[in-house]
Design a protein around this ligand. Structure first.
Ligand SMILES: Cc1ncc(COP(=O)(O)O)c(C=O)c1O
Length: 370
């Protein structure tokens, strides 16, 4: 009997098999724990997995987004479009460096920016569009958004926080836009505890990202002269060693994810949110009439579900951004429940969650009718 049949199932638990601890131990023994060769090697391997020119490891996915905007040359006051619903990092990353966020409505069925609603959000002042691969999805809507951005000559930042290595050959998550980013925070398919990467399409982008993460100048360690202002936003070799060990297991990690998702889907059918690309959704989401009741009922059975996100304009610093109707974002806020979804979730754990949800005395609602 698996331990997840009786114990508490947390919302997120990372999967860290012994090879992870072994890799960190070996790195410690080298005494190279700061940013160095292991981080560089991790970046090179990430670039391969994402099929991009280069990947620059940094200290978080939020920082990766800020750097991506800087690499594209965005300056304080420039307008950047972000999805109206989702994690606060995606808007804070830009506001914190002085950019002016503007919201684009999501498609209630995908959780991603709705290509049809993107057109109304773009203004003559728009300097970048940020598309989040929601739940890891690399769907057709991403191609549509990329085409709209290309036509309007607006750079696209693809936030592939959840989509490392996902997609089709030659078109992996984070490679669709003008620049891409990844996060390695705890819930992601690969975690370094905290961390992220900027996915660059050419040498100039790579150098600009390295400079932005390392005191503003790509050469200062050689020249001992800094030509620009910057900060230290690098990833340590210790974290990179863990990341590299997990990259060795990337396919296995996705298989685990797909197996748990598939067991849950067997129980919940159409009630379980499906990613737009048809692959397993990284987060396990259902929509119900009374989400707080469902979270409470599941908690009483040791299943820790949550309601993590809001429309960005609910947060006081962003209230003024509510300048249109955002019915889909409101629907997601009003009805979504995120069931446990970490990579450590076993098939037995997923079955227990699925059965518990089936037994709930609750009304489900559909984003399609929202
Ligand atoms: C879609 C998305 N983008 C960016 C981030 C930010 O990543 P981090 O937590 O590594 O800063 C997250 C984090 O959850 C995320 O979900």
């Amino acid at each position: 009997m698996n331990e997840q049949q009786h114990s508490i199932i947390p919302l997120v638990e990372p999967w860290l098999p012994p090879a992870c601890a072994e890799a960190v131990r070996r790195q410690v023994e080298t005494t190279f724990v700061g940013p160095g060769a292991a981080a560089q090697n991790f970046g090179a391997r990430l670039a391969e997995a994402c099929e991009v020119h280069a990947a620059v490891p940094v200290s978080s996915g939020t920082v990766a987004l800020s750097i991506a905007a800087q690499v594209l040359g965005l300056k304080p006051g420039d307008e950047v479009i972000v999805p109206a619903y989702g994690v606060i990092s995606v808007i804070n990353a830009f506001a914190v460096i002085g950019l002016q966020p503007r919201l684009a409505e999501i498609d209630a069925a995908t959780g991603c920016i709705d290509p049809k609603r993107l057109k109304e959000a773009i203004t003559p002042n728009t300097r970048a569009v940020v598309y989040v691969d929601f739940c890891g999805s690399i769907g057709q809507d991403l191609d549509e958004v990329a085409a709209i951005c290309a036509k309007q000559k607006v750079p696209l930042i693809e936030d592939a926080a959840w989509a490392l290595g996902r997609g089709r050959p030659g078109r992996r998550g984070g490679s669709f836009g003008s620049i891409g980013t990844i996060s390695f925070s705890v819930p992601k398919i690969l975690t370094t505890g905290q961390g992220g990467a900027v996915l660059a399409h050419d040498e100039a982008q790579r150098d600009a990202a390295i400079a932005a993460a390392d005191q503003g100048d790509v050469n200062w360690r050689r020249t001992n002269l800094n030509n620009a202002v910057g900060s230290n936003l690098r990833l340590s070799d210790l974290a990179a060693a863990l990341g590299s060990a997990e990259l060795d297991q990337l396919e296995e990690r996705w298989q685990r994810k797909r197996r748990a998702y598939s067991v849950l889907a067997d129980h919940l059918g159409e009630r379980l949110f499906r990613a737009a690309d048809g692959d397993a959704a990284m987060q396990h989401i259902i929509f119900v009439e009374r989400p707080d009741d469902v979270v409470g009922q599941l908690k009483s059975q040791g299943i820790l579900a949550a309601r993590p996100y809001r429309p960005q304009y609910h947060h006081p610093p962003y209230q003024a951004l509510r300048d249109r109707d955002f019915a889909a974002s409101e629907f997601w806020f009003a009805h979504s429940v995120y069931l446990p979804f970490g990579v450590a979730l076993t098939e037995e754990g997923a079955a227990r969650i699925g059965s518990a949800v089936q037994r709930l005395n609750c009304r489900f609602v559909s984003p399609a009718s929202g």
